[in-house]
Design a binder for this molecule. Sequence first.
Ligand SMILES: Nc1ncnc2c1ncn2[C@@H]1O[C@H](COP(=O)(O)OP(=O)(O)O)[C@@H](O)[C@H]1O
Ligand SMILES: [Mg+2]
Length: 259
Amino acid sequence: MAVLDVKNLSKSFGGLKAVSDVNLYVKKGELLGLIGPNGAGKTTIFNLLTGVYVPTSGTIELTGSRGERAEIGGMKPYLTARHGISRTFQNIRLFKNMTVLDNILVAMHQNARYTLLEAIFRLPRYYSQETRFAETAAHILALVGLDQKAGELASNLPYGEQRKLEIARAIATGANVIFLDEPAAGMNPSETDELASLIVNLKDEYDLTIILIEHDMKFVMGLCERIYVLDFGTIIAEGSPDEIKHNKRVIQAYLGEEA
Ligand SMILES: Nc1ncnc2c1ncn2[C@@H]1O[C@H](COP(=O)(O)OP(=O)(O)O)[C@@H](O)[C@H]1O
Ligand SMILES: [Mg+2]
C-alpha cells in the first residue's frame, strides 16, 4: 500500500524549475532513499512533501493509518504533522537553549489532550498524560543513546548527537512517516554505521515509513530498500540499490560524463 503518492509534482522559484514533473510513491513501512547531485531538488521535494513549500503544480496524496486519504500538497507543516508526517533538516534545527529532554517533550505536546484549565489546576488527566509523556520521552532518549544527557542543553551536544536528537524529536511527535534530510552529514564512518543500525531499530520499534536524503553512498546502498535518483529536478532512475549502482544515467549524472 502506498502511504504517499506523488503525481506530476513541480516547484518553480522565479524562472528556476527546482522540481519538474516528479512522480513517486512510498510504500508503508518502506525505507526509501532519495539521492542526486547537489542542487538536484532533493530538499525541495522534502519541503513540498512536508508542507514547507506550496507546489507550483501536481498532487501529493497521503493515505493515513486507517486508510483515509488526504491531499496534503500545500498543507501547512502543523497540519501535515497531524497527518503523521515529521522530518529533520539538512541544517539541524533544534531548540538549542532547551534541554535534550525538553526538545522531546515539546514535540510530544502536540498530542496533549488536556485543557488549559486541567493543566492549571493539575487535574488527573493532566497528571496521567504528563507521566506518560515523561516515560515515553525517556524511552525514546534511551533508544537513541541520549538518556544520560537528558538534562543537558541541546547546544552542548556534539554534532552527531544533535542529529540523533533531531531524529528522536521527529519520532516523538507521534509521526509514522519520517523524512531525514542528510542524517549522516558530518558524521565519521563509525558514527555513520551506528546511525544506520539506529534507523533500522527505530523503524522496527515505531513501525515507521522512512524517506531519506543522503550523499554517503555506502550508507544509502546498505540501508535503503528502494532508491529514486534526482537530477536537475527530475527523476532519472528508480530501483533497488543494486539496480541504481549499475544504472548508466545515474553514473553519468554523478560523473558528469559519458558512462
Ligand atoms: N527557497 C528557494 N528559493 C530559490 N531557489 C531555491 C530555493 N530552494 C531551493 N532553490 C534552488 O532549487 C534548486 C534545488 O535545490 P535543493 O532542493 O536544495 O537541492 P538539493 O537538496 O538536491 O541539493 C537549487 O538550484 C536551489 O538553489
Ligand atoms: Mg538538500
